[in-house]
Structure formats: C-alpha cells, structure tokens
Ligand binder design. Sequence first.
Ligand code: APR
Length: 235
Amino acid sequence: MRTVVLTGAGISAESGVPTFRDEDGLWEGHDPMAVATPEAFDDDPDLVQRFYDQRRAALTRVEPNAAHRALARLEDVLGDDLLVVTQNIDDLHERAGSIRVHHLHGRLRSAWCTVCDSRHPWTEPLVDQPGCPACGRARLRPDVVWFGEVPYGMDLVHEALFSCELFVSIGTSGMVYPAAAFVQYAAARDARTVELNLDASESSTDFEVSRRGLATELVPAWVEELLASGDLGQQ
Ligand code: APR
C-alpha cells in the first residue's frame, strides 16, 4: 500500500527535542519562530547561527524513540511504498533506521554555501564563519528552510501524495503550510487518512481517523495494527 507519513516536532518531543508551539519558552529572549527567517539572518547572523548551532549540538544528546523505530519497521515491510516526509530538521528518523526520508524543511546536520550553492554534511558550529569546503568563502548558513522560503522537494512530495493510498500525519500542529494541506491532497485522491497527535490539530477534522496520545504509544500500536491486518489496509 503506497503510504506517505508526514511527521512534525511531536514525534521527536519524547526524545527531548522541543516542539515549536507547545511551550511558551523563549530562546535567549527571542521567539524561536522569529529567529527562523531570512530577515532575522540578515539583521543578526550571529544570533541565528547560535540558535541553530545549539540545536545542532543538542542532537548529540538525544536518541530516536519508539515512534521513530516503528516507522523504520514499517519501512522494512513497505520498502519503496513508504515515504516519510518530515518537517523536522533533526536526524532521528535516519538514526532509527529509516532510509526513505524527505526533509521538507532541511536538516540541521547540513550546511549550505550561499556563494557556490554547495551543501555539506555538518556537525560543528557555524557562528565562527568557517570556510566552505568547496569554494572557501565564509558564507555558510544552516541548510534549513525558514519562514518565507520554499520547502525542499515539493515535486517529489506532490507526486507521492497524489499516488498514495494511505496518508498518516504524526505530531504536527497543522499550522504551517504547505504540509498542513497534505491531508487534503491525499483525501482528494481517495487515500485513507489517519492522524496521530497529542492534541487536536488545526486539520484534525480533515482526517478520517484521528487518535490522541503520545507518539511513542500511538505510533508503535498503529504500525502493529497495520502489519497485523495483512492487507495493510485496516487502520
Ligand atoms: N506525541 C505526539 N504528538 C505530540 C507530542 C507527543 N509526545 N508532543 C507534542 N505533540 C504534538 C502537539 O500536540 C502539536 O500538535 O505535536 C505538535 C507540535 O506542533 P508544532 O510545535 O507546531 O510543530 P510542527 O507542526 O512540526 O511545526 C511545523 O513550524 O516552526 C515551524 O519549521 C518549523 O517544522 C516546523 C513547522
């Protein structure tokens, strides 16, 4: 069964990666979302680099959880019929064993050179303005998609959505487009739609099935049910 799984910050919450909208917390007095814009980077590049440097460093202190692992197990069975589209910039899906993962909003462990347009695996801070491994210029930025920028690989995502038979959304508030509209694309093609989330999301009413709870409980249980159903058609 061709399946697209959309994940958001909620799937990584129990690993210790903070979500965006669940807490009132400020980061050094700034709204994290106000830091995630091209304008913020133009105004104060060091501030924005430090924000992402801290988040990149924090990845060394977190591990994938049972929800990430359950999706990797589903991929073992579905193979090319499963695509995980994540809004997360962490690498927890990959570390759990998922291979077919598309990062709509980029990846923390990648740096992008704004001079020569090359991308490089990156684990170190960027605030000290290291040179680009390809061209040597000190103009690397986090390889992430900020508000106002175009999400990565939308052609691939649309193709997957328009041909999927099952669409599952996990741990996302449904407040950020285009991901928030994916359920509608999938439903328009008669795909089954399932939401697994802690709270009601902005798009809960668009799903056929909407379950509430922790990702580490809901996702493994749902994957088990799906696999046990035999035809991968019963949620
Ligand atoms: N299990 C399941 N769901 C959870 C859990 C959990 N343990 N903890 C939180 N959630 C749910 C919340 O109920 C909420 O609906 O995860 C959702 C997190 O929502 P957001 O913080 O808005 O994260 P997300 O939807 O991924 O944000 C989308 O916004 O700021 C941008 O680019 C950023 O990719 C991000 C995008």
